[in-house]
Design a protein around this ligand. Structure first.
Ligand code: HEC
Length: 197
């Protein structure tokens, strides 16, 4: 086959596409394994049964989530099936109410309201716990989500989205799980904000 023949270039194009298709499929399989819950980069859903914290990792020069000890949501440890169902519901609530129209998740969404990736670790919940008269952070989050207008703390107010208690609990489970994801330090300086408050 001559270098100036159309067949040569056609065969070249077809083989490059074929090889790259295989590479793309392999990368997709690899990424899906890494980003599923319990994969190499994402904690299992059962992480919501544990205490999640945040600390500066000097080797990586970023803040990383820490997971240690038992601290189940609402004091009730749940099985992996139960937490998967709860977090799945939380995700549907978040999608159906378009929380992303105002908030960002992992940096995706709108910039009207705070990023929610590490919201679970926001020290602001201490203040919300006081104003909602809740016995725990998760209860304060549920009360806020069910009535954000009543418990507003900012110049911008989150609208009343009429979440049921069940829906709010599922959202809180989702937010707790999300806070344990190692996001390579995103959002930047979140740890500094929390310690300087
Ligand atoms: C119309 C815009 C808007 C929409 C839609 C919206 N929010 Fe908000 N959200 C806000 C604003 C503004 C605040 C800050 C309110 C305050 O501090 O009083 C806020 C605050 C929050 C906080 C507290 C964040 C923190 O750590 O300080 C959480 C959690 C939250 N929203 C969750 C949600 C969820 C879940 C949804 C969807 C079910 C949602 N929001 C939909 C505007 C919105």
């Amino acid at each position: 086959m001559q270098i100036d023949s159309p067949q040569f270039w056609r065969a070249g194009a077809i083989s490059v596409i074929a090889v790259m298709t295989v590479v793309l499929i392999m990368l997709t399989i690899d990424s899906l394994a890494a980003i599923r819950s319990g994969g190499t980069h994402v904690p299992p859903y059962t992480v919501i049964n544990q205490k999640i914290g945040y600390k500066y990792d000097s080797a990586r020069a970023i803040d990383v989530p820490t997971v240690a000890g038992d601290e189940p949501l609402f004091g009730r440890a749940e099985t992996s099936e139960q937490v998967a169902a709860l977090i799945g519901k939380g995700k549907l609530v978040i999608q159906s109410r378009s929380c992303m129209n105002c908030h960002t998740f992992f940096g995706n969404g709108a910039y009207y309201a705070p990023d929610l990736t590490k919201s679970w670790l926001d020290p602001g919940w201490d203040a919300w716990q006081a104003i909602t008269a809740a016995g725990s952070k998760e209860e304060a989050m549920v009360r806020f989500l069910m009535d954000p207008v009543k418990f507003r703390t900012w110049t911008r107010t989150m609208p009343q989205l009429n979440l049921t208690r069940e829906e709010a609990v599922a959202v809180v489970a989702y937010l707790k799980w999300m806070s344990a994801v190692d996001t390579n330090g995103f959002p930047a300086n979140f740890g500094l904000i929390s310690t300087s408050r």
